[in-house]
Ligand binder design. Structure first.
Ligand code: NAD
Length: 419
């Protein structure tokens, strides 16, 4: 069991989560052996000619954890701390996440160990194209569909789509999701994760008989996921009292005007300096008395050493893995209602699935159509997880894992083993 406050190996956490849910499901050993581990792992060497003329080699990965319920699906991360174990963990979580929202995908993840903040656009493009070429045998609209993750974006997806299409000889937009709209991207994809977070918070409030209107909210991380969640909560009448990003943290006990804050962030790249607020420290934000805390930055934000200070009623995990396992146990014992990441932030992959469907059909939907379908998917998934949580008396995280793992187990049992 992982109890330390130092950063755990993400893959160990993924395996620990799997075992807890598999035990609760009473899953037999044969099924566990078939679904627990990644199906395919590819490590690639990515030589890139840098702007100064020399060649630098990067290490890249693509892990397909599962294709039991459909093609593998998962983002590509560019970060100095990318390791094979991290990619394996993220691929594993993608499998259960897709199954929780019941979309017909398995899980995958990719990454390159690099520092994109110190690379030019040209270097990033050459690295992306060479990496795409190296993982080309694994990817494809029927096999494995990458998407953006940390420090990759719609431009990265456009380069992957172009490289793949040029190699095959015809345009294949369905090979990636999170593309620009002009290349077959979906309306509503950009805000899908934050919108999904918002829908699950609505469901949680309903379940706890809490009014969202007037509820106090603190949001850690004001990027794609956090800013959209904050905006929708604000527009629904919640009082967003604190928001942070990597440069600082702003607080106003009467509530922040999120539209103005988004404007400032777009102009300056920071939340710091917002005139209608005071600055507080990052630890203070997590310890604020509030109804809803939304960690939307990085993993391991809440650990054994700061979990006890948390005074929120609901934690909505917009980020992947923001609670370390030890913190999870502390918060669970304090009665905090946790909306686990594989449920809470599944809006992104859900609209990725919608994008893939639209690409395959060559028929595109209105934004409102995307939102309505997303709301149905998220609220159904919330109800399904809550039912297991209540009927089996297990934490929401275990319940979500039980739902996802149970669905994959059922599929593998019906498919049987080949040969
Ligand atoms: P992003 O890069 O757009 O935003 C991250 C934000 O977190 C930035 O505002 C950054 O300044 C802030 N941040 C970084 N370190 C911080 C710190 N120590 N304290 C406070 N703020 C900090 O990234 P994103 O796409 O919003 O992703 C955020 C999280 O959500 C990640 O864990 C990601 O895996 C998860 N997620 C994102 C999506 C998606 O579609 N964007 C989908 C599922 C999960």
């Amino acid at each position: 069991m992982l109890t330390t406050t130092t950063k755990p190996n993400a893959y160990d956490v993924a395996l620990e989560n799997f075992d807890a849910a598999a035990n609760a499901l009473g899953l037999d050993n044969d099924t566990r052996e078939m679904i627990k581990y990644p199906e395919r792992i590819l490590m690639v060497s990515v030589p890139v000619r840098m702007d100064d003329g020399h060649i630098r080699r990067f290490e890249g990965y693509r892990v397909q954890h599962s294709q039991v319920r459909g093609p593998a699906k998962g983002g590509i991360r560019y970060h100095p701390q990318v390791t094979l174990d991290e990619v394996k963990a993220l691929a594993t979580w993608m499998t259960w996440k897709c199954a929780v929202v019941n979309i017909p995908f398995g899980g995958a993840k990719g990454g390159i160990t690099c520092d994109p903040k110190h690379m030019s656009q040209g270097e990033l493009e050459r690295m992306t194209r060479r990496y795409t070429s190296a993982i080309l045998p694994l990817i494809g609209p029927e096999q494995d569909i990458p998407a953006p993750d940390v420090y990759t974006n719609s431009q990265t997806m456009a380069w992957i789509m172009d490289t793949y299409s040029m190699t095959k000889g015809y345009p294949i937009p369905g090979v990636v999701t999170g593309k620009p709209i002009s290349l077959g991207g979906s309306l509503g994809r950009n805000e899908a994760t934050g919108r999904g977070v918002f829908y699950t918070i609505q469901s949680a409030c309903e379940h706890l008989h809490m009014q969202l209107k007037g509820a106090t909210v603190a949001v850690q991380g004001f990027g794609n996921a956090g800013s959209v969640a904050a905006q929708l909560l604000y527009e629904a009448g919640a009082k967003v009292i604190a928001v942070s990003d990597s440069t600082g943290c702003v607080y106003n006990k009467h509530g922040l005007d999120i539209h103005n804050l988004m404007h400032l962030k777009a102009l300056t790249g920071k939340v710091e300096g917002f005139p209608e607020a005071e600055n507080i420290g990052p630890a203070e934000l997590l310890a604020l008395e509030c109804d809803i805390l939304v960690p939307a930055a990085l993993e391991n934000a809440i650990r054994a050493d700061n979990a006890d200070a948390v005074r929120a009623r609901i934690i909505a995990e917009a980020a992947n893995g923001p609670l370390m396992p030890a913190a999870d146990r502390i918060l669970e014992s304090k009665g905090v209602f946790i909306i686990p990441d594989i449920l809470c932030n599944a809006g992104g992959v859900t609209v990725s699935y919608f994008e893939w469907v639209q690409d395959e059909q060559h028929l595109f939907w209105e934004a409102q159509d995307v939102y309505n379908r997303l709301e149905r998917v998220m609220k159904t998934a919330f109800r399904d997880v809550l039912k297991i949580h209540e009927e089996r008396n297990v934490p929401m995280r275990t319940a979500a894992n039980m739902l996802g793992i149970g669905r994959v187990a059922e599929a593998v049992q019906i498919r049987g083993i080949y040969p």
